[in-house]
Design a protein around this ligand. Sequence first.
Ligand code: HEM
Ligand SMILES: [Cu+2]
Length: 532
Amino acid sequence: MAHFWVAFASFGVAAMMAVMQALSRANAALPFRSPQIFYLSVTAHGVLMALVFTTFFIMGLGYVIARTTLGRELLSERLGWIGFVIALVGTVLTAGTILAGEATVLYTFYPPLKAHPLFYIGATLLVVGSWVWCLVMLRCYRAWRREHPDEPVPVAMHGIVATVIVWLLATIGVAAEMLFLLIPWSLGLKETVDPVLARTLFWWFGHPLVYFWLLPAYALWYSVLPRAVGGKLFSDPLARVVFILFILFSTPVGFHHQFMDPGIPTGWKLFHTVNTYAILLPSFITAFTVIASLEVAGRLKGATGWFDWIGKLPWREPFFSSIALAMLTFALGGFGGAINAAFGMNSMVHNTAWVQGHFHLTVGTAVALTFMGTSYYLLPRLTGKPLKFPSLASVQPYLWFVGMMTFSIVNHATGLTGMPRRIYDASYGGHPIAQAWQAWTGLSALGGVILFVSAMSFVLVVVATGLSRERQEAEPILYAEPLEPLPRRRPVWDRFGLWTAIAVLLIIAAYGYPLWSLINMERFGSPGFQPF
Ligand code: HEM
Ligand SMILES: [Cu+2]
C-alpha cells in the first residue's frame, strides 16, 4: 500500500498544477501567473504524473500481482522496501529541486536546459529504486518457474515480467545519459554537453517508457477485468503474444520522436518508423481480445443480439467504467499516434498542442484512468475497508472522460492550426492567427477544470477510504479464466530469455550504428542554459 499512497499523493499535487496551466494557457488572469511559475509547474506536473505516479503505482501493482497469482510467498520483501526508500528519496530530491525553481527543464530534461545536479541524481535514484523492484519481480518469477518448470505462468504475471524486461532494456538509455552526460555536466565536471546524443539516449528510454506504463494496464485488462464483469479471457495465447511483441518492438523506435532532429540519417529514421508501425499490431490484438472478452461476459448474462451485450456490462461499477472509457480513449489516441509516427504528417503536428492532446489520451487517460479504476478495485481488497463515497466513485470516471475529451480534442484542433505546446502565453501579442486559437483555449481550460474536479473526487474517495475505520471481510482478487483451457505445456511465449535476446539484437541493430557515428562525429557541445 505504501507505493500506492506515494502514487496518489503525487497524482493529487500534479493535478493541482495542471488546472493552473490549463487556465494560464487560456490567458486567464490568475494570481501568481508568470512564465517562471508556468514552466516550473509544467515540469512538476510532467515529472509527478508521468514518472512518479506511474512508477510507484506499477511497483505496487507488481507486488500485488506476484503475491496473488504465483501462490507463494513474496521473495526478498526487505529488498523491496529498500527499493521503495531509494525511489522515494529520489522523488523527494527531484520534486524538491523543481519546486525550489532549480530544475525548470520539463520532464524530458533536454539539454542544453540545465538543472541542479540533485534533479538528475534524484531522477536516477527513482530509476535505481525501480531496478530493485525489477530484481524482486524476477526473483519471484524464477522461484516459481523452478517449482513449475513446465506450466504456463499466469497471464497477469506474464504481463508483469514483460513490463520488467521492457523497463530494464529501456532504462539502459537514460542511465547512460545521466551517468555520462547530464550528471558530470551539471556538477561542472564538463563544460559542454551534446544535445543530439542526449536526446537520442533519452528517446531510447522515452518511448519504451510509454509501454512501461501501458503493459501493466494491459495486464489488468486481460486478466482482472473479464473476471470482474463476469466473463472469460477470450484468448490466452493472444495475450501472451502481445506482451512478447512489446518486448521485441518497444525500444528500437525512439527516432520517431526525432524526425525533426539533425544528425540522424533519414534511413535510420525510416527503420524506426517501420518498427513503430509493427508495434501498432499488439495494440490492435489487445483491442480485439479484450472487447471479445467483454462480449463473452455480456453473452453469459443472456445477451443474444449483435450489440445488446454492451448494455449488460456493469456501467455503474467504477472499475469497469474506468477501463471501458480508458480503452475507448486509447483507440482515439492510437489513431493520433499513427499520424505522429508518419514521417510526413509528423512535421505538421510536431511540438504543437496536438502532441499534448495525444498523450493525454494515451498515458493521461488510457493508463491513468485504468489505474484510478484499479485503485477502486484494489483498495477495499487490500485494506479490508469498504470504498467511501461509492456514488462519487461511479461518476468520477465519466467526469474524467468528458473533461479529457474536451481538453484533448481542442488541443488536437489548435495543434493542427499551429499552436505550439509548452508555451506560457499563446496570444503572441494579439496576432490574428493566435487570436483564432484563443476561443479554443478557453474550451480546453474548461476541460481542464472538469478534469481537476474529477481528479479531486478520486483523491477524496481514496483518502477517505484509507482513513476510515470501517472493516469488512476483504474479497479476494480474482483472475479471469481463459475461454479455452490452458495448454498443459509451457508455451513458447513464456521463454522470456529467448525473446529478450532477440530484443537486444534488434536494439543493437537500431541504435548501434547511429550511436557509434554520433560519438565519433566531430562535436562541439553546448554550455548549459537556465532561462528561468
Ligand atoms: C487533472 C488532469 C490533467 C490536466 C488538466 C492536465 C493538463 C496539462 C496541461 C495544461 C499541460 C501543459 C501543456 C503545455 O503547455 O505544453 C500538461 C502537460 C503534461 N501532462 Fe497533463 N494534465 C492532466 C493529467 C495528466 C495525467 C494523468 C498525466 C500522465 C499520467 C499527464 C501528463 C502530462 C505530461 C507528461 C505533460 C508534459 C509536460 C511537459 O511538456 O514537459 N497529465 N498537462
Ligand atoms: Cu514514442
